[in-house]
Write a protein that binds this ligand. Structure first.
Ligand code: HEC
Length: 322
């Protein structure tokens, strides 16, 4: 059965009344104060099932522009929105609620519900908002260094080769997560996540926009390469190396790299990915450009912000810890 829809001329109030009615029908006592959108998240999940249309959600996610001319995908970058499910909350109830709540910053209520219903229909295992090292599985995958060499003998080549340096390491900082902070976007640590606050293809247009459109239609590693390469080439010397060439907007340069890094990582971790982490493919000179460049360059920009005179706020300080 086709899900019920919010009214077309919905001025907010009408839709909210329908939601209240739905709560009563579900035997939940609701008053205006307890409406899902204004108060917490706990009840939205029921209404997503009732009002959201999963068959419209993907199109809205990809194409419906917000007041700044951007669709969800422009910032979130995964062509199907799978990262939102994967790194959103483990609990499906809070997932629906957070999606609707966040989407409302960008699209009307009906579309917010459609996106949530669509995301809910994806066959993707949620795994919570883990640190990037954990996503890529690069921690705790070998033996503890002390079990290979206790420091009392000279190291042999075979000991060195069997020593997985990443295992057993303890860090005094936390790695960036996919999402960080809360839904207000006001916390001082917002730069400890991977999602950029701006998108490269709106900023640069041209080849970046063309190749990105092709990638969305057909997200293969070759098409990914074309976008990353176009993105890299669209950046000026100063944007790539802020603090030099008369360019000092570190935050902007940082976000450009975050965009490239996120585009890359969401492709690698997609369940059906055709690209291994760190794998290079043909068609470019690795000494000038490498597919995962964005990942390291986001950190490089943060370091440059410290070394080359930074803007007077704490935006990139957090990332220097990583
Ligand atoms: C201008 C860029 C931009 C656009 C457009 C955008 N988002 Fe986001 N979104 C972000 C950033 C950055 C974060 C992470 C930082 C934060 O939590 O504030 C985020 C976080 C989220 C989260 C939080 C996940 C969690 O577990 O905390 C959800 C859900 C979400 N966005 C959904 C959407 C949907 C749905 C749309 C479209 C209707 C959308 N966003 C449009 C940039 C954007």
């Amino acid at each position: 059965m086709r899900p019920k829809r919010f009214g077309k001329s919905d001025d907010g109030l009408k839709g909210l009344k329908v939601v209240i009615l739905a709560f009563f029908l579900h035997g939940i006592i609701a008053c205006e104060k307890e409406l899902p959108i204004s108060q917490g998240y706990s009840h939205i999940t029921d209404s997503v099932e009732v009002y959201g249309d999963p068959s419209r959600g993907l199109d809205v996610y990809r194409t419906q522009l917000d007041h700044n001319g951007r669709a969800c995908m422009h910032c979130h970058l995964s062509p199907e929105g799978s990262d939102i499910v994967r790194f959103g909350q483990l609990d499906v109830h809070s997932q629906d609620s957070i999606v609707v709540f966040r989407a409302l910053e960008h699209v009307p209520k009906q579309e917010a519900y459609d996106i949530a219903a669509y995301l809910k229909s994806l066959p993707i295992q949620a795994q919570g908002n883990v640190a990037v090292g954990e996503i890529l599985g690069i921690t705790n995958n070998g033996s503890d260094p002390i079990s290979v060499w206790d420091g009392t003998t000279s190291l042999t080549i075979s000991e060195i080769e069997s020593w997985n340096f990443k295992s057993g390491m303890r860090y005094s900082f936390s790695s960036p997560k996919w999402f960080e902070g809360d839904e207000t976007n006001l916390l001082p640590n917002e730069n400890l996540d991977w999602l950029p606050e701006l998108d490269l293809f709106s900023e640069k247009g041209g080849e970046v926009a063309t190749t990105y459109a092709t990638y969305v239609q057909s997200p293969t590693k070759e098409n990914l390469k074309s976008v990353l390469l176009a993105g890299h080439e669209a950046l000026s010397e100063g944007e790539r190396h802020p603090g030099e060439h008369g360019y000092f907007d570190f935050n902007r340069a940082f976000d450009f790299q975050r965009w490239l890094a996120t585009l890359y990582i969401q492709h690698v971790i997609d369940p059906g990915s055709d690209l291994e982490f760190g794998e290079e493919i043909s068609g470019y000179a690795v000494k000038d450009f490498s597919l995962p460049d964005g990942i390291w360059d986001a950190g490089n920009v943060a370091r440059r912000s410290q070394d080359n005179g930074r803007t007077p706020n704490d935006e990139i300080d957090n990332r220097l810890l990583n």
